[in-house]
Design a protein around this ligand. Structure first.
Ligand SMILES: NC(=O)c1ccc[n+]([C@@H]2O[C@H](COP(=O)([O-])OP(=O)(O)OC[C@H]3O[C@@H](n4cnc5c(N)ncnc54)[C@H](O)[C@@H]3O)[C@@H](O)[C@H]2O)c1
Length: 325
């Protein structure tokens, strides 16, 4: 298949593009470089454009079989300060993409959704039919887009897979691509920044939760496991499979302290770190029930937390060396 990958110059999209290529699909990356990086899109056909630009999109979609839509804004805190930015990009511009796909006859669509659609869950692990009660505009914007896809399926024949990621982590084993967010709000790259001196210390938000060591539990999933699930989801649609919504996680949780200990073991030294107050809106435990994805796609996340940390560390080191030359 020839696949348009929006947001393919970003962290997860660049891994999705490589996973598609490894399976023999053709990839065209479509990105406006808002938060993306040219180095992550290297080696791919590239169209620079905004998903809200129907004219450029219609030309880009001419010979395309399917779309993987990673492009979005995804900083929870920023979405609270500036919800307009999130609804404009994640919903408004996203709808331009969806409409242009329908008009151009592109009916296979894979969407990057998020565990943020569940808000503070009543029970864990979280299954797909658990209540959807986002607690921030980012989560609302992603849920709104899911509702649009659910309405477009019976009306226009759009077939979609909405993939709700839990905590994406790690990097491709090559060390060539990885996580480059600015500001970095994710635990593992933020901790590695504190290891290299790029940030003064790692802040741990709260150690008084009802968990074994008092810190929050999250479901970390290796980005290459995520990327492979995208390819399988697409192939499922191509084989005539129906639209669906799938959680992507491992089903196993790690506390923040466990992640920090793993990082310290992998890099061989202690991190500068400090316990600070809880961050508003952080549930104590978020865990996926990934059984629907396993059943439907024959997929299972296989990579360990150790592999996530080691691959992220390799990317950080290679990048700092390359910048030093
Ligand atoms: N990182 C995570 O743990 C996580 C968890 C759940 C969901 N997600 C979702 O996964 C997707 C990718 O996240 P990421 O961490 O790779 O983010 P990222 O910021 O690294 O990548 C997003 C990419 O989309 C591009 N983009 C944004 N708006 C665009 C637009 N209007 N037109 C064209 N390109 C545009 C950016 O330039 C960037 O290259 C997002 O949809 C995000 O909401 C991420």
């Amino acid at each position: 298949m020839r696949v348009l990958v929006t947001g393919g110059a970003g962290y997860i999209g660049s891994h999705g593009a490589r996973a598609l290529k490894r399976r023999g699909h053709e990839v065209v990356i479509y990105d406006n470089f808002n938060t993306g990086h040219r180095e992550l899109a290297q080696g791919f056909e590239l169209i620079e454009g905004n998903v809200g630009d129907a004219f450029t999109l219609a030309r880009a979609l001419r010979d395309i079989d399917a779309v993987m839509h990673f492009a979005a804004h995804s900083l929870v805190g920023e979405s609270v300060q500036n919800p307009r930015k999130y609804f404009e990009n994640n919903v408004g511009d996203g709808l331009v993409l969806l409409n242009t796909c329908v008009e151009c006859g592109v009916h296979k669509f894979i969407f990057s959704s998020t565990a943020a659609v569940y808000g503070n869950p009543r029970e864990v692990p979280i299954a797909e039919d658990a209540p959807k009660q986002p607690v921030n505009p980012y989560g609302f914007s992603k849920l709104s887009f899911e509702y649009a896809m659910q309405s477009y399926d019976p009306a226009y024949g759009l077939r979609f897979m909405s993939l709700r990621y839990f905590n994406a982590a790690g990097c491709d084993e090559s060390g060539e691509i990885g996580e480059l967010h600015d500001p970095e709000t994710h635990l593992i790259p933020a901790a590695l920044q504190s290891a290299t001196g790029a940030r003064n210390e790692l802040q741990i938000f709260g150690d008084d939760y009802q968990t074994p060591d008092g810190t929050c539990i999250r479901d970390y999933i290796h980005v290459d496991d995520l990327a492979e699930a995208h390819v399988l989801a697409l192939e499922h649609l191509a084989a005539g499979g129906a639209s669906n919504i799938l959680n992507l996680g491992t089903g196993k949780g790690h506390t923040v302290k466990e992640v920090v200990t793993t990082i310290e073991r992998v890099i061989g030294r202690e991190l500068p770190k400090r316990i600070v107050g809880r961050r508003p809106g952080d549930p104590p435990v978020l865990l996926a029930d990934p059984s629907r994805a396993e059943k439907m796609l024959g997929w299972k996340a296989t990579r360990s937390l150790e592999q996530m940390v080691a691959s992220a560390w390799k990317f950080h080191q290679l990048r700092s060396r390359a910048r030093a030359v």
